[in-house]
Design a protein around this ligand. Structure first.
Ligand SMILES: *Cc1c(COP(=O)(O)O)cnc(C)c1O
Length: 379
């Protein structure tokens, strides 16, 4: 994250965003230190209220990470070992780590190659009597049509947990990501659209009873003092991170708007022959990542790196191909679009403080580099 040379275009650098907020952030940290409360308390509650309000209401429950937000969502929904959870294989590993943490079995459907999102057409055939939850992953800030997904699983006792780790600020038909499922899981990992200065996450739900269960599961399963009503973990949003997030939250719409501007600039500047991963219909994309597909991906990235342009890959391995899951039935699945994406995707630098000139420079270098690599070495 900090090893870029002076003229490099890094994938991410939180320090440019900290600069104008520094005084407010430091004051928020001091307020927590002076408050006399270092676990949960008023700071966490205030952020939870603000975060829920930013999503039009409901209940937010602050936890220690996006992974934990998924784990705690599954616990609150009563997922049992051996239950199946349906999701996609081109996601961050933590989507699946969380499934395994509760002893559930991941089952994958392939993705639409245009959007890199769950192919809803494959969902009905993938449901079994053991399917307990479906997890649509709003990858890159793009959004699965969760209304359509809900209609596909209706009446079967299947819950929907939105993985919103990459989708803060995105919306579908005017409604924010995280307001469609039974529970939504958010990450405040520093690179995310709303990032903490350390780990953090939250669950969001409209259901007051589910919210109570989420609060209980994040704290040893407590119901009242020192009394466990159910199984639980220790996963609480830290009040220092909550106070920092409270400073940052009001800026999120502006930051997402800037991400959209930069994405539009990439769209205009990159030649049409460079293949983009496309926004889904009816979505106001949150542009956590701007992703293209290129042949000879690793050679293209290395050639860009030499020119000082640092790119990312989200993600280089489809989950069902990883050793951790080799003993599970998913290891035998064939998911050609997910596997092709894992070979070809490149994420270009995109963060709100990046300037237009940097994006133009990246786009020009990508064009020249892809052309050179596709032509092959000059003999
Ligand atoms: C970042 C991310 C997570 C996990 O969040 P952490 O806060 O790092 O635990 C889960 N799912 C997706 C899609 C992510 O991008």
């Amino acid at each position: 994250m900090n090893d870029a040379a002076k003229n490099d275009v890094p994938m991410f650098d939180y320090r440019a965003q900290l600069q104008p907020l520094r005084a407010e952030v430091l004051a928020a940290i001091e307020r927590v230190l002076d408050s006399g409360t270092l676990i949960l308390g008023a700071e966490v509650e205030a952020f939870e209220r603000a975060f829920a309000a930013a999503h039009g209401g409901g209940h937010a429950v602050g936890v220690n990470s996006g992974t934990d937000a998924l784990v705690i969502a599954f616990l609150a929904l009563g997922v049992q070992p051996g239950d199946e959870i349906l999701t996609v294989a081109n996601t961050a590993v933590p989507t699946v780590s969380a499934i395994r943490m509760v002893g559930a079995v991941p089952v994958f459907v392939d993705v639409d190659p245009r959007t890199a999102l769950m192919d809803l057409g494959q969902v009905p055939a993938a449901l079994t009597p053991r399917t307990k939850v479906v997890v649509p992953v709003h990858l890159y800030g793009n959004m699965v049509d969760v209304d359509q997904l809900r209609a596909l699983v209706a009446g079967r006792g299947i819950a929907v947990v939105e993985d919103c780790a990459q989708a803060q600020g995105a919306s579908l038909r005017g409604r924010p990501a995280g307001t469609f499922g039974d529970i939504a899981a958010f990450s405040f990992y520093p690179t995310k659209n709303l990032g903490a200065y350390g780990d953090g996450g939250a669950c969001l739900t409209r259901d007051a009873q589910l919210a109570e269960r989420l609060r209980s599961h994040r704290m040893y399963g407590f119901a009242g003092a020192y009394y466990a009503e159910r199984d639980g973990v220790n996963s609480r949003l830290d009040p220092i991170q909550a106070a920092i997030l409270g400073v940052k939250l009001p800026h999120l719409p502006r930051w997402v708007e800037r991400r959209r501007q930069l994405a539009a600039l990439y769209d205009r500047t990159l030649p049409a022959r460079i293949q983009r991963v496309l926004p889904a219909a009816d979505v106001a994309h949150g542009y956590h990542l701007y992703v293209i597909r290129v042949p000879e991906r690793d050679r293209v990235r290395e050639a860009l790196r030499v020119q000082g342009i640092l790119t990312g890959v989200h993600y280089p391995h489809a989950i069902h191909r990883m050793r951790a899951y080799a003993a599970l039935p998913c290891a035998a699945q064939s998911l050609p679009h997910s596997e092709a994406l894992a070979r070809e995707v490149v994420s270009l630098p995109l963060w709100p403080e990046l300037d237009d000139d940097a994006v133009r420079r990246v786009a020009a270098a990508v064009e020249a580099t892809v052309d050179a690599v596709v032509r092959g070495p000059v003999s």
